[in-house]
Design a protein around this ligand. Structure first.
Ligand SMILES: CC(C)(COP(=O)(O)OP(=O)(O)OC[C@H]1O[C@@H](n2cnc3c(N)ncnc32)[C@H](O)[C@@H]1OP(=O)(O)O)[C@@H](O)C(=O)NCCC(=O)NCCSC(=O)CC(=O)O
Length: 514
C-alpha cells in the first residue's frame, strides 16, 4: 500500500491529474495490482505533425476510448519479475518508441487551436505516450478463462486515457506482469483519432518491430523500417475527396450535439464519462468454431424462404423486399455471429426482465474499400460509418428471431453494396434517437473478425487471449477471430449475472438444437 502511494505522489505521475490518481489508485488497490512505474515513451526524432479531424473522426470526438487487452503467456525464464522488468519491458519500450516514429500522432494530443474551426491531432516534439508498468497477483489461468467473471476484473489492466477541456491524449498503455506466467498489454485509444483498423495496424506494426529488431537498441541512430502494408497512410485529401459524394453533415451535427450535451462548451475536448457497467455485471467470451458457423449458416439458409422479414415502413424502400427474398449463395460469418449473439442477448434479457422486450442492432462498416474512390487499407484515422438494422424491435424475441435478424443484417449490408455505403446514413442517427427514446435497447459492436488480433506476435508467440474491455461502457458485443479455429469467432459480452447465465445456456445450447 505505502509503496503504491509513494509512486502516485512521485513527479513521474505529474501528467495524471490528482483526481484520476486517486480513482486509479483505489481501483488498482482493490484488485491486487501493484504499480511499479509510469514512464513516458516518445518517438526518437519525429518532427511536429498536425492532422485535421474530419467528419468521420468528429463523430467520435467525445466518445469513450476503445480499450483492448492482449494477454501473452511467457516461459518462466522471462516472466520472472527481475527478468521481465529488465529484459522484456525494455524490448517492448524500445520497439514502441521506434513504432511511434512511424505513428507520431499516437504520441500527441487532440487539440482545438483558436484559429481552427475543427480540432486537430497534433504531435509536438516532447510529447510522449504514458506507459504504466504494473504487476498483478491475480491467477493467470482465471484471467485467461473465457467463463464469465466479475466485469471489473479487466478494468485494472487498462490505463486511463487523460482528457481535459482543452486537450485529450491519443493513446495510453499499461503493461502488467503476472509473475512467472505472462503479461498483458492494455491499450486505450481515442476513437476520434483512430478506428479499429488503424489501432490494430499500430499493434501489428509494434509487434513486428518488437519481434524482428533485436539489433536496434535505444542508442541506435536509425529507426527500423516497417513492411509497406504496416506503414500508416496519413494523407487526408483522399478521404475529403471521397467523402464529398456521401456527405451527411446534418448527421454529424446531430450526433455531436448528442455527444456534447445541450449546454456544454462546443469546443470542449473532455471525453464524456460512459461509466463502465461493473456492479452486478460479469464479462465472458463465447467461442464459435468454423463448424458452428457452418451449422448456423445452414439453419438460416434452410429457413430463408419460409421466414419473412417485414422492414419498418420508414426504412424500407420499394425494392427492399424483393432484395431480401432472394436466397444468397453465401452468408458471412459476421452476419451469422451478430444475429446469433444479439438474439441470444435479447432472449436472455427478456427471460430475466420481462419489460425488456425491444431491441435493435447497430454496426459499423469499414468504408475504405467502399467509397466511390476507394482509399488505402492502411489509411490512418476513422473511415467507419454506423448503420442500424431495419428489423422491428420485437423481432429479436420471436421464435425465428435468429433467422429474421440474420436476414435483416444481410439485407442492410447488401443494400450498401447495391446503393452505396452511405445509403440511409442520413436517417441512421435520428432513427437511433427515436429508438432510444422508445426504450429500445440498441446493441452495438466493437472489433471485427477480420482484424487478425491473434496474429500479433511480439516475439513470444500469439496472444493467449484478446479482450475489448470497453464493451462494458455501453451495450456492446466484441468481435474477434477465433484464436484456435480458422473460420471461427470469439464474442465478448458484459451482462448482468442472471442474464449472462441464461445467455450462456442459449448461446451454447442453441448450437445443438436442430
Ligand atoms: C460491413 C461488414 C461488417 C460486413 O462484414 P461481412 O463479413 O458480412 O462482409 P464482407 O464483405 O466483409 O465479407 C464477406 C466475405 O468476404 C470474404 N472476405 C472479406 N474480407 C476478407 C478478408 N480480409 N480475408 C478473407 N476473406 C475475406 C469472406 O469470405 C467473407 O465471409 P466470411 O467471413 O464468412 O468468410 C464488414 O465488411 C466491415 O466493414 N467490417 C469492419 C467493421 C469495422 O471496422 N469495425 C470496427 C469499428 S471501430 C471499433 O469497433 C473499435 C475497434 O475495433 O478498435
Amino acid at each position: 500500500m505505502q509503496f503504491q502511494l509513494a509512486i502516485y505522489t512521485s513527479p513521474l505521475f505529474l501528467p495524471i491529474s490528482k483526481e484520476t490518481q486517486v480513482l486509479y489508485f483505489l481501483h488498482m488497490a482493490s484488485h491486487n495490482i501493484k504499480i511499479h512505474q509510469q514512464c513516458m515513451v516518445a518517438p526518437p526524432s519525429a518532427p511536429q505533425t498536425s492532422l485535421p479531424l474530419l467528419s468521420f473522426d468528429l463523430f467520435w470526438l467525445r466518445f469513450h476510448p476503445v480499450e483492448r487487452i492482449f494477454f501473452y503467456s511467457l516461459p518462466i525464464t522471462q516472466s520472472n519479475p527481475s527478468i521481465f522488468f529488465t529484459q522484456v519491458v525494455p524490448k517492448l519500450k524500445t520497439s514502441l518508441s521506434h513504432t511511434l516514429q512511424h505513428f507520431p500522432p499516437l504520441a500527441g494530443n487532440v487539440l482545438w487551436p483558436n484559429s481552427s474551426s475543427k480540432p486537430v491531432v497534433q504531435y509536438t516534439p516532447g510529447d510522449a505516450v504514458s506507459v504504466v508498468l504494473a504487476e498483478s497477483e491475480a491467477d493467470f489461468d482465471h484471467v485467461l478463462d473465457n467463463a464469465p467473471k466479475e466485469a471489473s476484473e479487466s478494468r485494472c489492466l487498462v490505463p486511463h486515457l487523460e482528457s481535459f477541456d482543452s486537450r485529450a491524449s491519443v493513446m495510453a498503455l499499461q503493461i502488467t506482469l503476472f509473475p512467472n506466467r505472462g503479461f498483458a498489454i492494455g491499450i486505450s485509444t481515442h476513437h476520434a483519432v483512430l478506428d479499429g483498423k488503424s489501432s490494430t495496424l499500430f499493434i501489428k506494426a509494434w509487434a513486428s518491430l518488437c519481434k524482428t529488431n533485436d539489433d536496434h537498441s535505444e542508442s541506435s541512430s536509425s529507426t527500423p523500417s516497417l513492411a509497406p502494408e504496416l506503414e500508416p497512410f496519413f494523407d487526408r485529401t483522399v478521404i475529403e475527396t471521397a467523402r464529398k459524394s456521401g456527405s451527411s453533415s446534418s448527421d454529424d451535427k446531430l450526433l455531436s450535439k448528442l455527444l456534447s450535451g445541450e449546454d456544454s462548451d462546443p469546443r470542449c475536448l473532455k471525453l464524456l464519462p460512459f461509466p463502465p457497467r461493473l456492479e452486478d455485471h460479469v464479462r465472458g467470451s463465447f467461442v464459435l468454431t468454423g463448424a458452428d458457423v457452418d451449422k448456423l449458416r445452414n439453419r438460416v439458409l434452410s429457413k430463408w424462404d419460409s421466414v419473412h422479414i417485414v422492414e419498418e415502413e420508414s426504412n424500407s424502400n420499394s425494392n427492399s423486399n424483393s432484395r431480401v427474398s432472394s436466397k444468397p449463395t453465401k452468408l458471412s460469418t459476421f452476419v451469422l455471429t451478430c444475429a446469433y449473439a444479439t438474439v441470444s442477448i435479447a432472449k436472455a434479457w427478456y427471460g430475466v426482465e420481462k419489460e425488456k422486450n425491444k431491441f435493435s442492432f447497430g454496426f459499423t462498416v469499414d468504408c475504405r474499400a467502399r467509397l466511390e474512390t476507394p482509399i488505402p487499407e492502411n489509411y490512418f484515422g476513422n473511415c467507419v460509418w454506423g448503420h442500424l438494422v431495419d428489423a422491428k424491435p420485437s423481432e429479436f424475441l420471436e421464435e425465428d428471431g435468429f433467422v429474421i435478424i440474420a436476414k435483416s443484417i444481410h439485407s442492410k449490408i447488401k443494400q450498401m453494396l447495391d446503393e452505396g455505403v452511405f445509403h440511409g446514413a442520413d436517417t441512421a442517427v435520428p432513427r437511433y434517437v427515436i429508438l432510444a427514446k422508445e426504450g429500445v435497447e440498441i446493441i452495438g459492436i466493437a472489433g471485427s473478425n477480420r482484424f487478425g488480433v491473434y496474429e500479433n506476435d511480439f516475439g513470444w508467440g500469439k496472444p493467449s487471449k484478446v479482450e475489448i474491455a470497453s464493451i462494458d461502457r455501453a451495450l456492446t458485443i466484441a468481435l474477434a477471430e477465433n484464436r484456435d479455429d480458422k473460420g471461427g469467432v470469439e464474442v465478448g459480452v458484459v451482462l448482468k449475472k442472471p442474464v449472462m447465465k441464461l445467455f450462456g445456456t442459449l448461446f451454447y445450447g442453441g448450437l445443438s438444437d436442430e
